[in-house]
Design a binder for this molecule. Structure first.
Ligand code: PEP
Ligand code: MN
Length: 346
């Protein structure tokens, strides 16, 4: 942290800063310039110190040097984090992976039709919501625990790790029991109690970016999970709210590249929620891989026109297979081939 003093700051103003720093167990290092002086703060600073020092007499501004998130930052952890899942699937560090399946688990038939389709097309991880965060309380809310059981059974039968949303602290034990990855949805990105509880399970967590969250807020949210001693966190960009109405959200591909630069955590892109339209999922999947995403999360429904949630953005299994072929070619072309598909079932 650097304290920039005003041009007309007095000697006494500088001394007051030094004595405050020493009372806090910190040290100051004065640099005298032609017009003004700056004081470098040395030692373990805390977030509120910036506010405190900014209000002191003679201070012009206080500039932060280190990132406010430590565990999520590449400053302290240079190598990409690689998360090991069941069935030999790894997220991060090399070969991109694809998570796919229905927005919501509706019936056993619907889940299996989607799961078989995405597996045959080369998806690595099966997604499906059992607890759904719906804008209207009158919309389908998900099957709850019976949905979790169907997802677990389907993943086991098809040899795929599964991911599902953890909507509330109420459901932590159930979701952690049945799912390989806990998804924290965009609406809960800053539900700090939920983040801590998800962290405590030790299970891999996929943290979606809030629709109005900055990249720094997103990384600080990841820090809540990491600070519980759980290193298995992946980030997911799923589109933010902008003035644009042609699409449901604006998939922020800048954020994918920025998060990859700032953090060692795997970054997944979700072009389904990021666009809201099935016909935009393919081009934005290709773009996501081109900017360096570690994987994709995509909604696939056997009959999108009958889906109980997010039908407009869901791909048919046939369209998903076409997408996988194109994503596979693009990944080969850029020298980051997709992870091998799961072996054929007996
Ligand atoms: C979902 O994955 O179905 C979902 C609800 O996502 P988000 O939290 O990004 O809206
Ligand atoms: Mn959805």
């Amino acid at each position: 942290m650097i304290v920039v003093m005003k041009i007309d700051a007095s000697e006494g103003n500088g001394e007051a800063i030094f004595s405050r720093l020493s009372a806090l167990g910190l040290r100051g290092q004065k640099v005298v310039g032609v017009q003004r002086q700056v004081i470098a703060v040395l030692g373990q600073v805390f977030p509120e110190l910036r506010d405190e020092l900014s209000t002191m007499d003679g201070v012009d501004e206080v500039i932060r040097i280190s990132k406010p998130y430590k565990l999520a930052s590449r400053e302290v952890h240079e190598q990409d984090t690689v998360i090991q899942l069941s069935h030999g699937v790894k997220v991060g560090g090399g070969h991109p992976v694809v998570m796919a399946g229905p927005c919501a688990i509706e019936t056993e038939e619907q889940l299996y039709a989607s799961a078989r389709g995405v597996r045959a097309a080369g998806a690595h991880i099966l997604r499906g919501g059992a607890f759904k965060p719906r804008s209207s309380p009158y919309s389908f809310q998900g099957l709850g625990v019976p949905g979790l059981k169907l997802l677990r059974a389907c993943g086991d039968e098809l040899g795929m790790p599964v991911i599902t949303e953890l909507l509330s602290v109420r459901d932590v034990n159930a979701v952690a029991e049945y799912s390989d990855i806990l998804q924290i949805g965009a609406r809960n990105m800053q539900n700090f109690v939920l983040l801590e509880e998800a962290g405590k399970t030790g299970k891999p967590v996929l943290l979606k970016r809030g629709m109005g969250a900055t990249i720094e807020e997103w990384l600080l949210a990841a820090e809540y999970i990491l600070s519980q001693g759980n290193p298995n966190v992946m980030l997911c960009e799923r589109g933010i709210r902008t003035f644009e109405t042609a699409t449901r959200n604006t998939l922020d591909l800048n954020a994918v590249a920025v998060a990859k630069r700032l953090s060692h955590l795997p970054v997944i892109s979700d072009p389904s929620h990021g666009t809201g339209h099935w016909y935009l999922v393919r081009p934005l999947s290709l773009a996501s891989m081109a900017v360096g995403a570690d994987g994709l999360e995509i909604e696939v429904h056997p009959q999108p026109d009958h889906a109980l949630s997010d039908g407009a953005q869901s791909l048919t299994p046939a369209n998903f297979a076409q997408l996988m072929a194109e994503v596979g070619s693009l990944c080969n072309a850029i020298g980051r081939p997709l992870a091998a598909p799961q072996p054929a079932l007996a």
